[in-house]
Design a protein. Structure first.
Length: 257
């Protein structure tokens, strides 16, 4: 006999169905999953599931629309508590990486959903999920700019999409079983590199400059007025020749006295 979940309030039962659907759709994708699989995972009957979701498509769309806001709410709560907004961005990136390593169904669900993005409703749900996360990260970067912690020449949304691109790389590497390419040490180094590119450089005191006019070297002259330095400028006045211009006569007479 199939084991049924104990009677629960309607809201709790609906939440349980959505969480079970996330795991099933993440594992098998929309096309290869059935409502009976979800009902079994949730411990309810198929009839009970259809009371909440009239069709598999309705269940799928509700699952996508439920998964995104749950993660965004966790991120937003951390953002409100952050003393340093940029450190919060770095920490969220590391937590997402660790979440992937824990075999989370969340990232796999969105990768599976991308294959169904030709459906306008699915595409809208995917876009709302990613733009919602961009909103949180862009808000943190804008707050850092307002506090003088981040460069003013950076567009917060462009930087936020850069952050998301790093997360997409984590997803891709993980789903291709290439986790050795990005171990946690490398991820931490990547995170520091990204955050350092956003931070405002510390202000340094201005360097002292010499405002005095440069000194002019005095030209050196030989007797007769030749300038040895080879440079222009005012020559030294010539020394007048007289009877006292020799050492002998200048100091009291020559050797014949």
């Amino acid at each position: 006999m199939r084991q049924r979940a104990p009677k629960r309030p309607a809201a709790e039962r609906k939440r349980l169905i959505l969480e079970s659907a996330e795991s099933v759709f993440a594992e098998s994708g929309y096309s290869n999953s059935g409502t009976e699989q979800v009902a079994r995972a949730a411990g309810v009957s198929a009839a009970a599931l259809y009371r909440y979701f009239p069709s598999k498509r309705d269940l799928y769309l509700a699952t996508l629309r439920n998964a995104g806001p749950r993660l965004q709410a966790l991120w937003a709560e951390q953002a409100r508590q952050a003393a340093d907004p940029l450190e919060a961005v770095r920490r969220l990136g590391l937590e997402y990486y660790d979440h992937l390593q824990g075999r989370s169904s969340y990232a796999r669900l969105w990768f599976q959903a991308l294959g169904d993005a030709d459906d306008p409703d699915v595409r809208e749900a995917i876009a709302a999920n990613f733009t919602g996360m961009v909103d949180v990260i862009a808000g943190l970067i804008a707050t850092a700019q307002a506090r003088g912690l981040a460069r003013k020449d950076i567009d917060p949304r462009i930087a936020a999409w850069h952050f998301m691109a790093i997360g997409f790389t984590f997803d891709l590497v993980h789903h291709l079983a290439l986790d050795g390419e990005l171990d946690r040490g490398r991820v931490e180094a990547w995170g520091h590199l990204f955050i350092d590119s956003l931070r405002e450089a510390p202000h340094e005191p201005p360097k002292r400059t010499n405002t005095r006019a440069p000194r002019r070297a005095l030209p050196v002259r030989q007797p007769g007025g030749e300038d040895l330095a080879g440079r222009g400028g005012d020559p030294l006045p010539p020394v007048p020749e007289s009877a006292h211009d020799s050492l002998g006569t200048a100091y009291g007479g020559g050797a014949d006295d």
